[in-house]
Design a binder for this molecule. Sequence first.
Ligand code: SAM
Ligand code: DTB
Ligand code: SF4
Length: 346
Amino acid sequence: MRRMTDTSDAIASPATTPPATAGDEADELRHDWNRDEIAALFELPFNELLFRAQVVHRRHFDPNKVQLSRLLSIKTGGCPEDCAYCPQSAEYETGVEAGKLMPVEATLDAARRAEAVGASRFCMGAAWREPKDKDIDDVVEVLAGIKALGMETCMTLGMLTEAQAGRLAEAGLDYYNHNIDTSPEYYGEIITTRTYRDRLDTLERVRGAGMKVCCGGIVGMGETRADRVGMLATLANLPVHPESVPINLLMQVEGTPLFGADELDVLEFVRTIAAARILMPRSVVRLSAGREHMSDEAQALCFLAGANSIFVGDTLLTTRNPEAEHDMRLFERLGLEAMDPPAAED
Ligand code: SAM
Ligand code: DTB
Ligand code: SF4
């Protein structure tokens, strides 16, 4: 599998940004960020922060390419967890019906359709606290089929045991998504049915099994800027940066406790993306949930701040996402292109 970092030398840098040397890159990858330093990034004048983020971004990525990912809910609703943002928790009346795990063929069909419209990454989500071993039997079956399409794969199935992580890795799953969601301090306000430590333990198992880590969070949940800083500090100070960092803007769903929360200033969302880009220079920073309610101009600022992946298709897991045609128009207006699919394994 081609590593993102392997592409950095091949990317043309603008005249004002000298190409990064190996030394620069080594210096940049830090795991000892303190919160004051991160808060200072947020406090920079907006243009200064975006400029710095864009400089870092260009050292590692083509600034005009954005990865198109498709998300599919393979098991919807009825979840025993109480995540205050989530329409799939069985605790809240949100109108989301609980379903069973989607049959393998239906999942593969969805992946084929996604591939046909240009997605290079296929992400599957299940509303489980944790999968049963039988569930792992079922999901590994779909992996071979999706990989045969040449797509990158990601799954998010809840907490994993070491053995389950090992089985997913062996089946060729590229990334496992497991979000820390917010700062350690605010976490208890959002979820009471599992701890921050539980999340970190699963992330360690994913890493230990040799899969790439997809880990990020949600903003706009009534947290403070200090919480956004704390979330990013946790991510950036993991022993290895998550290769993929989804930043979600809360999709407010009626019936969930966070419905009606104060809306976050979208420029603060852009700042969060920019700070993530600076802290984790080689990671794919994903502009994930929340685009449905964002203007084209706000999304353009997210790309300028270093976001280089979006979900395409008119649904996320259970909530809405912009129409494909709208996204195509936006890409044309911004001169953006879809990132190539990952190179095949050697
Ligand atoms: N049940 C598994 C878990 O929680 O790890 C996997 C599925 S869960 C829906 C995946 C992620 O979606 C959550 O960690 C959360 O970050 C994000 N998410 C869920 N509801 C959301 C919402 N309303 N707005 C934004 N992001 C949301
Ligand atoms: C992530 O960080 N965001 C995606 C993906 N990982 C699984 C999920 C967004 C879900 C938004 C709410 C919904 O559609 O139910
Ligand atoms: Fe369940 Fe995941 Fe939703 Fe939490 S975020 S309620 S664990 S589906």
